[in-house]
Design a protein around this ligand. Structure first.
Ligand SMILES: O=C(O)CCC(=O)C(=O)O
Length: 262
């Protein structure tokens, strides 16, 4: 696996070029430690929201622990309406400056989730985030914000540079598709090993995956997704309406009809 270090002196134009070429960039020490610490404190506090962390709540995502086999809470999606500190990171002017440089225009928040990934939590198979729903922005990108150290040991996200140039690598039928083994060259894998304050930014067509968290510590990370203003304008509310419609259909296919969003 390659390791990538962002030179601190990186000039804006070179970051744009790198993002276009590689499909991702890493920006070190973008956020003040106190801002990230506050988000982590709120993330921890949110785990006591037993009124929200319920199986029928569309806001919550669950995973089967690899050690215990227990179905465990993993993600709030969305999260910025629950956590002012997470919202502050999503709206941070320094971050928006970086995004404006990558996009060449204003970025609009599209989606926001907080993945807790406790010890024993499985990872995600290889996939691209872009999905062929009508109007889904091709400029979709995700800013990964670690709230604590992310490493291969605790199942950091791993990206594969260059493949974004090929667009969607799976059928454009509106469904989520994991990418088959062999789609990418494993020797190109770049683990997004980050410290609090760092961010990684990757596009919707950049293949990525993560392994299970086999360490003894959590891997709490924000995944903040944006689109170009010229690619649909502000559409976060519309995205969640569409996302919930899609989730309801998926649950219904499994005989579950009593879901709600809170
Ligand atoms: O948790 C991770 O490392 C990856 C998450 C991810 O790829 C996703 O939520 O789409």
């Amino acid at each position: 696996m390659r390791s990538v270090t962002e030179p601190k002196s990186s000039v804006p134009g070179s970051r744009h070029h790198e993002y276009e070429e590689q499909g991702f960039v890493i920006v070190r020490e973008l956020f003040a430690p106190a801002a990230v610490e506050e988000a982590l404190t709120e993330a921890v506090t949110l785990l006591s929201r037993h009124d929200l962390i319920l199986k029928d709540n569309l806001r919550c995502r669950w995973q089967t622990n690899v050690y215990s086999g227990e179905c465990q809470f993993e993600t709030f999606d969305p999260v910025i309406d629950l956590s002012p500190a997470c919202r502050a990171l999503a709206e941070d002017s320094g971050l928006h400056g970086v995004l404006a440089d990558l996009y060449g225009e204003t970025a609009r928040l599209f989606k926001d989730k907080l993945i807790y990934k406790p010890p024993g939590c499985p990872g995600y198979g290889l996939h691209q985030d872009w999905i062929s729903w009508p109007g889904f922005p091709r400029s979709f990108l995700t800013v990964l914000v670690p709230l604590e150290s992310a490493s291969l040991a605790n199942g950091c996200t791993v990206v594969y540079p260059g493949y974004h140039h090929r667009g969607s690598l799976s059928p454009e039928d509106g469904q989520y598709h994991p990418l088959p083994d062999g789609t990418v060259d494993e020797s190109l894998a770049v683990p997004l090993e980050l410290e609090p304050g760092d961010v990684a930014i990757f596009g919707g067509f950049t293949p990525h995956r993560s392994a299970a968290n086999l360490s003894a510590t959590w891997r709490r990370q924000l995944y903040l997704s944006y689109n170009k203003d010229s690619d649909g304008g502000p559409q976060r509310d519309a995205h969640y309406v569409e996302f919930h419609r899609w989730l309801r259909r998926r649950y219904a296919e499994h005989g579950k009809h009593d879901v709600y969003f809170q």
